[in-house]
Design a protein around this ligand. Structure first.
Ligand code: ZN
Length: 414
């Protein structure tokens, strides 16, 4: 039976660190329990250990790594190991099981839906995290995308990390420990677990083993996803995702003039919008229906009119949240497309340099080879840089359409 760390693909070093920390955390709990027994037994010295039982365990952690490397998977697995009744992350006990399925009472997961995590959300979270763990082990707070904390939210979190309640553990996930991603003061209070981009072979292995994907499809998807485990799984299993990727990889062939460049930009933006809309439409509608029901919409009782007056504010709040989530989903979709495109020009570059590495996109390798011949290494590099500059511009809040149009023109002109 695989334990909770089994899905951390190609991260042996990080897993070893986390296993040690989980064992140390279990020792802390045993020691505390020993203290209580010895105190009630009247023998105050009995529980004193020769060494600090908490060595290797700490209250605040940051998991860093490129998107898809498994930051949140690692954080959740570690949370499970902390709640595991054996202290190992066995994968089978109630502590492991409820943590992995997201129902453990002492594990809170913050997944920002919008572009940032606000201070209100963070204060409420910090407050609840300070309570005594109901399961008698640890209160664990996992913050995905901690790089999206607002400054005020970061400060609220920092206070909690500086003076942590004795049984509370904060697990943050961020792309890196660069000050743009995580404040220097928070970073200085945390232990960092760096994750690396898993090698395609390791990703393919997990797709085949866990998801039952045929080995050849798994290998193709792992290479095409460039080490992003979730993306590889989607490519292997979702025909729509494959279709979208094909459309993106058709772009280099379609850039035959200025008009075509603008058309390609529009197509890319609209495809990202459509993908984002599809991904949030269902939850948007369900949330609205749930709120309306809760607010008594359609009711005819005496309270109904008053309830609807108060409801306007709540509905507005929900719409604001949904709009923020839609923007985020659009950016994510566009970014995935840009990463695919960058992979194509990277293939052209490595071919022009005759570098002995496998192509990212095996299915467009011939087109990339033709490009390599036409553009030479310099031309391929300029195009790759244009794609990366577009990603950076969108990250820096340049309007996506403007950034993508500039990129397409640069790709066409070379
Ligand atoms: Zn367990």
């Amino acid at each position: 039976m695989p334990d909770v760390f089994a899905d951390l693909v190609g991260q042996d070093e990080a897993v070893a660190t986390l296993r040690r920390a989980a064992a140390a955390a279990a020792a802390v709990l045993r020691h505390a329990a020993g203290d209580r027994t010895s105190a009630s037994g009247g023998n105050a010295d009995a529980g004193t250990p020769a060494t600090d039982p908490g060595a290797g365990m700490t209250h605040a952690w940051i998991f860093t790594g490129p998107p898809g490397s498994g930051r949140s998977v690692a954080a959740r697995a570690f949370a499970a190991a902390l709640q595991c009744v054996y202290g190992t992350g066995c994968g089978e006990c109630p502590g492991c099981h409820t943590t992995m399925t997201g129902t453990h009472a002492d594990v809170r997961l913050v997944v920002p839906e919008g572009l940032s995590i606000g201070v209100g959300e963070m204060r409420a979270l910090v407050l609840r995290a300070a309570s005594t763990p109901s399961g008698g082990r640890w209160q664990v707070v996992i913050i995905e995308d901690a790089d999206r904390l607002t400054e005020a939210a970061g400060n609220a979190l920092l206070k909690a990390i500086e003076e942590p309640p004795p049984r509370t553990v904060f697990l943050l996930c961020a792309p890196s420990t660069h000050p743009d991603d995580i404040s220097v003061t928070i970073r200085s209070r945390c232990r960092v677990v760096p994750l690396r981009q898993p090698p395609p072979a390791a990703v393919a292995e997990v797709l085949a083993r866990r998801d039952g994907v045929a080995p050849d499809v798994a290998q193709w998807a792992a290479a095409a996803a460039q080490g992003h485990v979730g993306r590889a799984r989607r490519l292997a299993r979702d025909p729509e995702a494959r279709k979208r990727r094909d459309a993106v990889l058709a772009v280099p062939r379609r850039l035959t003039g200025v008009g075509a460049a603008f058309d390609a930009a529009s197509a890319l933006i609209e495809a990202a919008e459509a993908e984002a809309e599809a991904s949030v439409a269902e939850s948007d509608a369900a949330e609205r229906a749930a709120l309306e029901t809760a607010l008594g919409a359609g009711g005819t009782g005496r309270g109904a009119a008053g309830a609807i007056r108060g409801a306007a504010g709540q509905l507005k709040e929900l719409e604001k949240r949904q709009k923020s989530r839609a923007t985020r989903a659009q950016r994510d979709a566009l970014d995935r497309a840009l990463v695919d495109l960058a992979g194509f020009y990277r293939d052209a570059l490595t071919m022009a340099l005759r570098a002995p590495v496998a192509p990212v996109h095996t299915d467009t390798a011939e087109v990339a080879a033709a490009g390599a011949q036409k553009w030479d290494a310099e031309g391929a590099l300029r195009r790759l840089e244009a794609v990366l500059a577009c990603r950076a511009a969108i990250e820096a809040n340049v309007k996506p359409r403007i950034a993508v149009e500039a990129m397409m023109l640069a790709l066409w002109k070379g």
